[in-house]
Design a protein around this ligand. Structure first.
Ligand code: MG
Length: 203
């Protein structure tokens, strides 16, 4: 199983990090050792002092495919959930400045939180709303219509480069409001009002 992530897919988040609007999707991959499920606590890794939460819609691939046309992309996923693309922002900034790959800042152990998935038939067909609450306060709020690349466009793009397999996950990018986590924080993600995950941060 692989985890494919889209970076810079919401213009308000691109602006908050002073990045340029990309000409085509920014793609990176996390290894399967990055997965953190079942509302298990997240432990801040010792190599970072600035781990940020990035709440994202997550798509679960249900059918293998390569070079999938955008028009058929809807056949390749049946469920949508919510996750967090934890990012060691200090490490990432350092790597970006040197022009080096982001993997250590993005793909470290337990950096990919996966919450509950829901059949897409049970969710609104047009716009999906999702939020991240930190200690009960909404810190990120997104809607799928703000994505610069839609889910079908992402599936079409990434499958040109990577064969998609059953069980692969696609993190679709984060809206604005990213920020650091600290010991004792409680993070809760909701999609259309349903709690997909709720877990604590430890050190
Ligand atoms: Mg992200």
């Amino acid at each position: 199983m692989k985890i494919i992530c889209v970076g810079r897919n919401y213009s308000d988040h691109v602006k908050e990090l002073n990045n340029a609007i990309p000409e085509e999707p920014v793609i990176f991959i996390k290894p399967d050792s990055a997965v953190l499920r079942n509302n298990s606590p997240f432990f801040i890794p010792e190599f970072s002092n600035d781990v940020h939460h990035e709440v994202e819609l997550v798509v679960k691939i249900c059918k293998a495919g390569k070079s999938i046309p955008e028009a058929f992309a809807n056949d390749y996923y049946q469920e949508i959930g919510l996750g967090i693309d934890f990012t060691a922002r200090d490490l990432q900034t350092n790597l970006k400045q040197k022009g080096l790959p982001w993997e250590k800042a993005k793909g470290f152990d337990h950096s990919a939180v996966i919450g509950a998935f829901y059949p897409k038939s049970d969710l609104p067909q047009s716009v999906l709303h999702f939020e991240l609450y930190k200690n009960g306060v909404a810190v990120q709020s997104g809607k799928s219509s703000d994505m610069m690349n839609s889910i079908p466009q992402i599936i079409a793009h990434v499958s040109k480069f990577f064969t998609l397999k059953i069980g692969d996950l696609i993190f679709t990018g984060t809206p604005s409001g990213v920020g650091p986590v600290k010991e004792g924080d409680i993070l809760e993600g909701k999609i259309e009002g349903k709690t997909s995950f709720k877990f604590s941060v430890k050190q």
